[in-house]
Design a protein around this ligand. Structure first.
Ligand SMILES: C[S@@+](CC[C@H](N)C(=O)[O-])C[C@H]1O[C@@H](n2cnc3c(N)ncnc32)[C@H](O)[C@@H]1O
Ligand code: SF4
Length: 373
């Protein structure tokens, strides 16, 4: 039987919908926040036996978890299982000193703030509500509430963003001394307003993005951060009182651990099966109000798919991937070729470990795709 140590909880409500976003979100609906939290707790009690408590990580993602009615957010946090790391995603403009204290007093020890950029014209392009000072205010409020693990999300590759804009964003983010930084290339998600308006421009600038990515890695690592995953950085232990500031929750995904997801659109992967809850709020609420599991799509993951996933995700990390048990997912002649090109490092005997070199990591997905059998 499974002993799942990682829990994801989806809070879909947002003040408005940003044009580039294709996450499962619902605008407004304050009147339904209470019913949604009731449903989440009902789903938790139906699935709780899958969990091995205390958990390693709980992650409240969105949507905008911090847009949820504060009394409901507090009720939810108070009812969730204990965990070694409890992260909440926050939009800057929602983080008041009061909310920061509520989070801290409810056991949250890590907050991931969606800054995206500090340039007003780029925030406008992304249709963000927060201004650069909102990001700073949010970080100060969280610090004042004794939250000592803050992550900032940044996006690069925004139409109209010059290399100097990117440098300035990185300087502004680093000046806040966050424990963790995630930096994503803006993706044109199918069917979004943004892709409709700017998709062609994103495709045109794709080549320039390689140098932007290198710039991000160079700047952030030079400031003393560990580049531990393709898009993720954390302060090195020597700058963090010896703490390991990698996200425990996201590490679990990249290491192929099982996780339970609650809420609309949430995905769970447990014992070789993956299921995704309905994204429809009404269907989710009514199933749980009737004491039933929400509608979901279930998929059995064949062993070869699981092995390939492990290789794909594991090579995103800077730690060596143990190949034992995954040999059949790897094209060994490709490994030899990539090793000669200085893109992959192989250590140990026939199984041993694989790691992408720094150059290999810059090429990222392309190298990993070559490696797969
Ligand atoms: C679940 S999202 C939303 C978190 C929060 N509601 C916010 O907007 O800040 C988490 C992160 O995914 C990233 N993201 C969302 N859409 C993206 C896209 N189209 N391309 C690249 N990154 C994206 C953003 O950096 C965002 O902070
Ligand atoms: S980017 Fe964040 S705030 Fe904007 S719609 Fe998506 S989840 Fe909501």
């Amino acid at each position: 039987m499974s002993g799942v140590r990682h829990l994801y909880v989806h809070l879909p409500f947002c003040a408005s919908r940003c044009g580039y976003c294709d996450f499962v979100t619902v605008v407004g609906r304050h009147g339904q926040h209470q019913a949604y939290v009731d449903a989440l707790l009902a789903e938790l009690s139906l699935q709780r036996e899958l969990l091995a408590e205390p958990l390693e990580s709980v992650f409240l993602g969105g949507g905008t978890p911090t847009f949820t009615e504060p009394t409901e957010l507090e009720r939810l946090l108070g009812a969730l299982p204990q965990a070694l790391e409890v992260t909440v995603e926050a939009n800057p403009e929602t983080v008041t000193p009061k909310l920061a204290s509520l989070l801290r007093e409810s056991g949250v020890d890590r907050v991931s703030v969606g800054a995206q950029s500090f340039r007003p014209h780029l925030l406008d392009m992304l249709e963000r509500r927060a201004r650069p000072d909102d990001v700073r205010r949010a970080v100060y409020a969280l610090r004042d509430a004794n939250i000592d693990n803050i992550s900032l999300d940044l996006i690069y590759g925004i139409p109209g963003q010059s290399a100097a804009d990117l440098d300035a964003d990185l300087s502004d983010a680093l000046a806040l001394e966050p424990e963790h930084i995630s930096c994503y290339e803006l993706e044109a998600k199918r069917g979004t307003r943004f892709t409709h308006a700017h998709g062609a421009e994103l495709a045109r600038q794709a080549d320039a993005m390689e140098s932007y990515f290198e710039r991000v890695v160079r700047r952030v690592t030079a400031a003393g951060y560990r580049w531990y995953e393709t898009a993720n950085f954390c302060r090195s232990p020597s700058l963090a009182d010896g703490r390991d500031l990698r996200s425990r929750h996201n590490l679990a995904y990249w290491r192929g651990r099982d996780y339970l997801g609650l809420g609309i659109g949430a995905v769970s992967t447990i014992d070789g099966r993956r299921w995704r809850n309905t994204s429809r709020l009404g269907a989710y609420l009514s199933a749980l109000a009737a004491g039933e599991r929400p509608p979901h799509e279930m998929e059995e993951l064949p062993r070869d798919v699981r092995r390939s996933e492990r290789v794909l995700l594991g090579l995103r990390l800077d730690e060596p991937l143990e190949v034992a048990g995954l040999e059949s997912a790897v094209d060994w002649s490709a490994v030899e070729r990539l090793e000669r090109l200085g893109l992959v490092r192989r250590e140990g005997d026939s199984a041993g470990t694989l790691t992408l070199t720094r150059r290999g990591r810059f090429l990222g997905g392309g190298v990993t795709a070559d490696l797969l059998a």
